[in-house]
Design a protein around this ligand. Structure first.
Ligand code: FES
Length: 321
């Protein structure tokens, strides 16, 4: 079973100036860019005394240096390259090797695969959406995705958009993704009225069953795209979820409400979920979504396309959910 690729950072978060600590479940990982600008990932534990490498620094030659006793490691292999005051590399005990992980980068996201036998795919040119952010939410990844299915407004904030409880059709599977189309309205007022089934906007989500990566498309009733967003929820340590996201507005915004999306802050992932609203939220789409997800993940092979990275191998596990 292939190991999943987790989008653990936005490209701009990974630099050669400072290590970045992330985690995938309980596995701590440190990211940085080496002297060639290539993103590297090691287990965030120094093989010497297990100090977090992310507390150290990046040397001019691209090695990461532990902040405790100053040992330095190469990002591509995890090999120990330098010990202060010991210059003969041949004498370095081979046991002191950090776990190195494959890194892929495209579309403005940095992805890591925890299977050390996996190698990085060839880079692909992919459009990077201009808006972006990283949000830490006090829910597990599975709970966050369930909330997204049952009431996207609890976890996403799209300026002026109010998701309704009404789906265009039942959540369904399409090309290996979980697809939901939910009616929305502008603000709290509905026009023309609740007595009709006509809504001015539709929110479409396409979710990978294994990693929970989701593409969000907001569309008006003339089928114009108002906004597209990519969400990458990754289970982090201690039961919280880190959601990296990127978004872009549609090219053809028409109408007062749609034009208001241009203002700063048109889209965000909420860092605080209304617990009182969540408590009384009726399980609807998420119930069906879980059944579909289980079915897709137990299939012999998941070969559906990534919602945003067709070149990255399709993973087949649900460990973080
Ligand atoms: S703990 Fe990292 S060099 Fe000693």
């Amino acid at each position: 079973m292939a190991s999943p690729w987790w989008k653990v950072a936005r490209s701009e978060e990974v630099t050669s100036a400072k290590p970045l600590a992330v985690d995938i479940g309980d596995q701590p990982v440190v990211l940085w860019r080496d002297a060639q600008g290539i993103a590297r990932a090691l287990e965030d534990r120094c093989p010497h005394r297990r100090a977090p490498l992310s507390r150290g620094c990046i040397r001019d030659n691209g090695w990461i240096q532990c902040g405790y006793h100053g040992w330095s490691y190469d990002g591509e292999t995890g090999r120990l390259k330098d010990i202060p005051n010991m210059k003969d590399e041949q004498k370095f005990p081979p046991v002191y090797k950090a776990a190195a992980y494959a890194v892929a980068e495209s579309g403005g996201f940095v992805s890591v695969n925890l299977d050390q036998k996996t190698s990085a795919p060839a880079p692909v040119a992919e459009q990077t959406f201009p808006l972006g952010g990283t949000t830490v939410v006090g829910l597990s990844q599975g709970e966050w995705i369930d909330a997204l299915f049952d009431d996207p407004g609890l976890v996403l904030n799209i300026r002026g958009v109010q998701p309704t409880p009404y789906l265009m059709s039942e959540l369904r599977e399409e090309d290996g993704l979980l697809v939901m189309e939910r009616f929305c309205q502008w603000g709290k007022l509905h026009y023309p009225s609740y007595a009709t089934a006509e809504f001015p906007i539709t929110l479409i989500t396409r979710t990978r069953p294994d990693t929970g990566e989701t593409e969000v498309v907001l569309r008006d009733d003339s089928f114009r795209t108002l906004l597209t967003a990519q969400l990458a929820p990754v289970q982090a340590a201690r039961g919280v979820t880190q959601v990296r996201w990127r978004a872009k507005l549609g090219d053809e915004l028409k109408g007062r409400h749609a034009l208001a999306l241009r203002r700063k802050g048109s889209f965000e992932v909420r860092d605080a979920v209304d617990a009182a609203a969540l408590r009384v939220l009726i399980r609807s789409a998420s119930h069906h979504g879980q059944q579909l997800r289980d079915k897709l993940l137990s299939a012999p092979a998941v070969s559906g396309p990534s919602v945003s990275e067709p070149s990255v191998p399709a993973p087949t596990i649900s460990a973080a959910a």
